[in-house]
Design a protein around this ligand. Structure first.
Ligand code: COA
Length: 184
């Protein structure tokens, strides 16, 4: 299908299994974990802040929205976070591929799941799936430089710095990744 996701891809996506995790589309049973994730002050610290729990309870649909490129990450049958590969908004163009909506990686994990390498394992698997579907196409990523964990993860995944800039009152790091240069 085409649209805001990572392009013409099989939809719904086949689940991706890694050593410890499953990446799959959202299901109704993930709703409580989505509320936790979006209401978490720690998880939201560098991504616009937490949202009020009661507002989330009202606003989130019974089955959390499914869209191409969005994966729920599951550990032992329970959701621990999300990994997304979305086409970047054309207004937010960059000089990696100025005329195309680049694929952008995003990640958001429950704080209790941090520090075990789960985000790295999940993101590497999603990037691998992307590289198989779109060989050689770059993926970009934007994160605040103050977000140490995110900066370490980006480096570990093989993203390299393209530029730094100020936005939303903070220094942002914009990096790019390509399957042609990643180490397998
Ligand atoms: C960014 C974020 C995903 C990073 O999570 P994380 O758990 O630190 O990242 P990783 O999966 O790479 O795990 C790395 C840690 O696991 C540890 N680890 C433990 N067991 C491990 C294993 N088997 N394999 C790999 N690492 C392991 C590493 O030593 C490292 O710990 P350290 O940071 O204390 O040195 C998480 O902090 C988050 O969701 N933040 C909120 C969302 C956000 O800010 N997103 C950025 C905007 S896109």
């Amino acid at each position: 299908m085409t649209g805001p996701g990572p392009g013409p891809v099989a939809w719904p996506p086949a689940p991706i299994r890694t050593e410890r995790l499953v990446l799959r589309e959202p299901e109704a049973r993930d709703r409580a974990a989505f509320v936790e994730l979006f209401a978490s002050p720690e998880a939201g610290a560098y991504t616009g802040g937490p949202r009020p729990r009661d507002e989330l309870e009202r606003a989130l649909p019974e089955t959390p929205a499914r869209r191409p490129g969005l994966f729920v990450v599951e550990l032992d049958g329970a959701m621990i976070g999300t990994v997304e590969l979305n086409r970047r908004d054309p207004e937010h163009r960059s000089h990696v591929r100025p005329d195309a909506g680049e694929a952008e990686l995003g990640y958001l994990f429950l704080p209790q799941a941090w520090g075990h390498g789960y985000a790295a394992e999940a993101c590497a698997a999603a990037l691998g799936r992307f590289a198989d579907a779109f060989p050689g196409e770059p993926v970009v990523l934007c994160t605040q430089t103050a977000n140490d964990r995110s900066m370490r993860l980006a480096a570990k995944l093989g993203f390299t710095e393209v530029q730094r800039f100020e936005e939303w009152g903070a220094e942002q790091w914009f990096g790019a990744w390509s399957s042609l240069t990643r180490s397998r």
